[in-house]
Ligand binder design. Structure first.
Ligand code: AMP
Length: 449
């Protein structure tokens, strides 16, 4: 089916064409007509399926073709997303698709100065893309009149709930007009999500692409069983293969990410890091360098696991095996995006076996085991290792990073949810972008609520 069969405006079709898209992805083909017809919509789809365009294209179409009833500047649409990275990425998409129409767009998220964001809200910018924490903060300071809002989109709703944003979302939504079109996108459909749709939506249509929790079908998955202390060596060994040209490596903690990056740099492999200790500018630079190919490897914590859109990631490497199956699905969804193919490689040591088994149950199939040719699996743990290496090898059976970081999770469960979830870890514990977003003060982002 061609895009033009969907009933989109000619100027939007032109931008789609310039983005290089030839035909709608399944989620786009299913969702766009429903949204254009004015229905509330629940979209169940993982990242990588083209879901951002599935909601932004018809949204832009509606904004462009229906006049602002008041003629005065007004905030007409709000997109809420869990992390600042995702907000920036949605903005990039929207700007590309809105190239030939005239729509005011502004972003609101923590970690950067509030003033321009306040100005954009006060000016009545038509489309606001925001993280819930900072937006609520600014709304609390009476910035922005939302009384003429017509469209609300919750992107990665499951992740926002995981990250403890439910109270903030509820307060934001309570300040919006009841009569509006509400779209909710989520990778999974849980009872909590169903409650959210019941509370926020009116007779929503549901569009579901792919089986729930099924890793992107285009991704080939492998496991390398390897002693924990040899994981970095194995990574360097595999990176000798030039086919691994755009590689996203996941570690459990930000310190782990820095360590791995240092080792790779020392062996001449250009890499960047992405985690919660990095400033907003550093993160954007890391992503830009990775996107442009200036660096071959991006080492990240789970902060990058959701939503980050880098075309052509050839390999995702789980250097630290994810603690939760859902995280695995999101991590490997970074490769094999849209119609591309990619490989997901997981390093599994003794203490990861239980997590691997539960992952295989979760995805309903076994993952192929591989062994690297020419790699010395019997190399001993370094006796005179630097302090950090010693710690990793001898503390608590290798769970040291995980337990120090809580992964990126709270003791209380999924997602390190809720302001209590940092377990006293200063709110920047590697994981999700949430804590930066929720906790920093006015100069550094949102406060916890
Ligand atoms: P998303 O699932 O929204 O994160 O999108 C994943 C990737 O697919 C992004 O790089 C989009 O630019 C790309 N994409 C979205 N729609 C299409 C399409 N119809 N054809 C080809 N690529 C697309």
């Amino acid at each position: 089916m061609p895009f033009r069969a969907l009933g989109l405006h000619a100027n939007i079709l032109k931008a789609i064409h310039e983005s290089g898209y030839t035909e709608p992805t399944p989620i786009q083909a299913a969702a766009i007509p429903e949204i254009l017809a004015g229905h509330d919509l629940i979209g169940i789809a993982q990242t990588g399926t083209g879901k951002t365009a599935a909601f932004t294209l018809p949204l832009l179409n509606r904004l462009a073709t229906s006049a602002n009833p008041s003629q005065r500047p007004a905030i007409r649409a709000l997109i809420l997303a869990p992390t600042r990275e995702l907000v920036v990425q949605i903005e990039e998409n929207v700007k590309a698709y809105a190239k030939h129409i005239s729509i005011g767009i502004a972003t609101v998220f923590g970690g950067v100065g509030e003033r321009p964001q306040m100005q954009a809200l006060r000016a009545g910018t038509e489309l606001i893309i925001a993280t819930p924490g900072r937006l609520l903060d600014l709304m609390g300071q009476r910035c922005g009149d939302f009384s003429r809002l017509e469209y609300l989109i919750l992107d990665e709703a499951d992740r926002m709930l995981d990250m403890g944003f439910l109270p903030a979302i509820k307060r934001v939504v309570a300040a919006l007009p009841k009569k509006r079109q509400t779209l909710l996108f989520s990778a999974t459909l849980s009872r909590e999500i169903e409650t959210l749709t019941h509370d926020f939506q009116y007779k929503p249509k549901t569009v579901q692409i792919g089986r729930r929790s099924n890793p992107a079908e285009t991704v080939t998955q492998f496991v390398y069983e390897v002693p924990r202390h040899l994981k970095p060596n194995l990574l360097s060994h595999l990176l000798k293969d030039p086919k691994m040209d755009t590689v996203l490596v996941f570690t459990r903690t930000k310190h782990g990410a820095d360590r791995v990056a240092r080792r790779l740099e020392a062996s001449g492999i250009k890499c960047a890091t992405l985690h919660a200790n990095r400033s907003q500018n550093q993160r954007l630079r890391a992503l830009a360098d990775f996107r442009s190919g200036a660096v071959r490897v991006l080492v990240a914590t789970d902060i990058a696991a959701r939503g980050i859109d880098v075309d052509g990631i050839s390999h995702v490497v789980n250097l630290d095996f994810p603690m939760h199956a859902e995280d695995y699905v999101h991590r490997i969804g970074r490769t094999g995006r849209a119609q591309a193919i990619g490989d997901a490689i997981s390093f599994v040591s003794e203490d990861d076996h239980a997590a691997l088994r539960s992952l295989e149950r979760f995805i309903g199939r076994g993952i192929i085991r591989k062994r690297a040719d020419g790699f010395d699996y019997n190399a001993p743990a370094p006796l005179n290792a630097p302090g950090e290496e010693r710690q990793r090898t001898f503390r608590g059976g290798g769970r040291s990073e995980g337990s120090r970081g809580g992964g990126q999770r709270s003791a209380s469960g999924r997602g390190g949810a809720g302001p209590g979830g940092s377990g006293g870890n200063r709110g920047s514990r590697g994981g999700s972008g949430r804590r930066d977003d929720q906790r920093r003060g006015p100069s550094g982002g949102d406060r916890a609520r």
